[in-house]
Design a protein around this ligand. Structure first.
Ligand SMILES: Cc1cc2nc3c(=O)[nH]c(=O)nc-3n(C[C@H](O)[C@H](O)[C@H](O)COP(=O)(O)O)c2cc1C
Length: 183
């Protein structure tokens, strides 16, 4: 698949086959991620790959409880978090958590660029992916760090689920961009 096709056909996939992913495939996604640019070429990222479904459900439950306690004013978040049948990872077979190995300047930018590379590479490999922001807040608590073994000085940035799609994901229309032409 060429780059343009990958960019234009990547979708947030929210329905997965339970089929586990080969180690080589996951290694290849991480390798694509680290080809991203990084500020001052610091490459200050790390990857945590979780495939234990019991642990993923535990993280989902804890993230929902955290959202209910801390995001009460955001109604759509509250509704999702309050639904006992909703697993925030959509039962994907794997979660690749991209972390910054420091909490300083450019931490989020570096990891977000790695995440986009990873999601496009997943698309190219016939996989679906989705950034799961709902997991971010709890993973950055003392309990979340302990659950996944995240050092205090690191910042969890991009929890990305990956797996084989079990159904086609509908395209989401883009709004016309606001573009200013100066000069
Ligand atoms: C930072 C970020 C956080 C996101 N968090 C979630 C999430 O928690 N759950 C979810 O289902 N989708 C999440 N998404 C996916 C977006 O909803 C999705 O990318 C958007 O609706 C556009 O659809 P598309 O990716 O298919 O083009 C997130 C995307 C980004 C970039």
């Amino acid at each position: 698949m060429d780059l343009r096709e990958a960019i234009y056909t990547r979708r947030a996939v929210r329905a997965y086959a339970p089929q586990p992913l080969d180690r080589k495939l996951l290694d290849d996604l991480v390798d694509a991620a680290i080809q991203a640019p990084s500020a001052v070429n610091e490459q200050a990222w790390a990857f945590c790959i979780l495939q234990d479904q019991a642990l993923l459900t535990r993280i989902s439950d804890a993230s929902k409880a955290h959202l209910l306690a801390h995001a009460a004013s955001e109604r759509h978040l509250h509704e999702m978090a309050d639904n006992p049948d909703f697993q925030i990872f959509y039962h994907a077979p794997a979660l690749i958590l991209i972390l910054s190995t420091h909490r300083g300047a450019w931490a989020v930018e570096n990891c977000a660029l790695a995440a986009q590379n990873l999601m496009l590479a997943a698309r190219g490999a016939g996989l679906g992916s989705c950034w799961i922001g709902l997991a971010q807040r709890w993973l950055d608590t003392p309990e979340g760090r302990a659950a996944v073994g995240i050092p205090d000085s690191w910042l969890p940035v991009a929890p990305i689920i990956v797996g084989y799609p079990s159904a086609p994901a509908p395209a989401v229309a883009r709004k016309p961009p606001e573009v200013s032409w100066i000069g």
